[in-house]
Ligand binder design. Structure first.
Ligand code: NIG
Ligand code: FE
Length: 419
């Protein structure tokens, strides 16, 4: 059975089934007074209402989107949303002057979340994950990438992946999983990062094979070196993983250049990436995933999105939602940061959050734009045009979310109007 969204003031979407590079990112196709017909979860027709004969779709559920705008569901292609405990003290210490790396070296940071995640039960982490997915959905996210990386041992890394598998079955938001055992050096391997990398290669990768699509690593001064990263990523590829990297986040370290050499699907953060590294990433076809809310939360300068796009990059935007460096999954905040501080146009920002986000998880063929034959993942925003997404600063305009042709979130129903 199907669903018809009709009378939309605008349907707005990036174009096509592949990542958009450079100036293509600003091309948003807009259809006014438009309708979308979805059949069995797949987009069947998109056109102006006047060109469609609705009488042939008897029995279809109708959504009247008068005065509203329909966009593709957002794809948040970088999160760490399965974690135990919180780091609110650390966050407030940072606001008083301590740096992220100082806290990490003093045993705080990722290590404290690892302790809390190891001791938390499957059910506790599942429940917390479910609530976080609800929140993402309310911001219009229909697909999310989630990483392990708060176990740093075989068992807990798998626990995180298994929880995401269960959540994917039971929650409307689709989850793409990434194995990130190389997120930090666990206490069992303190001072021996190379030994830990060898342990992941010899024992970890095979356990995660088939449970995660991607392998990621925190390549950073004081965490994993370029050599260690290359060794792990090479082995991961042999085990069938596609590659991602946390690259050049805190200092310029050669992570971008390595991601390009490895032809990673995406290179993420890139706050300190060199111009040369950026050019190599563009050349290698890697998606450059920027995480403005992390820069905001760490009070660091933003990645140079303008240079990247002007040079021809496919830029994606992700939340990096995690318990430490960025404890927010707000898409509205991200849009505000990208448009106001990173000099991205609203059209580029939308492409980065939809089709290029999909490309960052290798799903651009099936999601991320409103095209016939693609999965019917859509949002309806309570605004007459897509430009309101930046104009209405940091406010969540999402009114309804449609996942594979089904309404899975309706803001109206969140209020008891009969109180
Ligand atoms: O992407 N940089 C490393 N990983 C995360 C932070 C994780 C944490 O602080 O718990 C990031 O910023
Ligand atoms: Fe991250």
């Amino acid at each position: 059975m199907g669903i018809i969204i009709k009378n939309a003031n605008q349907i707005a979407s990036p174009i096509g089934n592949a990542k958009r590079c450079g100036h293509e990112m600003s091309e948003i196709k807009v259809i006014e007074d438009a309708a979308i017909i979805i059949d069995d979860g797949i987009i069947k027709k998109i056109d102006k209402c006047e060109n469609l004969d609705f009488s042939q779709y008897d029995g279809y559920e109708i959504i009247d989107a008068s005065g509203k705008t329909v966009l593709p569901g957002f794809v948040d292609s970088h999160t760490h949303f399965i974690f135990g405990g919180y780091r609110d003290d650390e966050f407030n210490m940072r606001l008083m002057g301590a740096t992220y790396m100082e806290i990490m070296k003093a045993g705080g940071g990722i290590k404290s979340t690892v302790e809390a995640t190891r001791t938390a039960s499957f059910d506790e982490l599942y429940e917390a994950g479910f609530k976080r997915l609800n929140s993402m959905l309310s911001f219009g996210v229909t697909t999310v990438e989630g990483k392990s990386g708060y176990g740093l041992d075989i068992e807990t890394e798998l626990k995180q992946l298994d929880i995401m598998t269960e959540l994917d079955k039971n929650h409307p938001v689709d989850i793409v999983k990434t194995y990130m055992a190389a997120h930090d050096i666990p206490k069992e391997f303190e001072g021996r990062p190379t030994d830990y990398i060898d342990f992941i290669i010899d024992e970890g990768l095979q356990t995660a094979e088939g449970k995660a699509e991607f392998c990621d690593i925190f390549t950073e001064d004081g965490v994993f070196s370029i050599e260690e990263s290359k060794k792990l990523l090479t082995a991961a590829r042999e085990h069938g993983f596609k590659l991602k990297m946390h690259a050049d986040e805190i200092v310029q370290f050669g992570g971008s250049e390595l991601a390009a050499e490895m032809k990673a699907t995406s290179a993420d953060h890139l706050l300190k990436a060199s111009n040369e590294g950026i050019k190599e990433l563009i050349e290698s076809g890697t998606v450059l995933t920027l995480l403005p809310s992390t820069a905001f939360s760490l009070q660091e300068p933003y990645a140079n999105a303008r240079y990247m796009i002007d040079e021809g990059a496919a830029v994606a935007l992700g939340s990096d939602f995690n318990p430490g460096s960025c404890h927010t999954n707000s898409i509205s905040l991200m849009i505000a940061l990208a448009t106001i501080y990173m000099k991205m146009s609203i059209e580029e920002t939308i492409t980065a959050l939809t089709l290029n986000g999909a490309a960052a998880i290798d799903k651009a063929e099936s999601i991320g734009s409103i095209e016939e034959g693609k999965i019917g993942d859509l949002i309806i925003i309570d605004a007459p045009g897509y430009k309101h997404l930046s104009y209405t600063i940091a406010v969540n305009l999402v009114e309804k979310v449609i996942k594979a042709g089904k309404i899975v979130y309706d803001k109206e129903l969140a209020f008891d109007i009969n109180y």
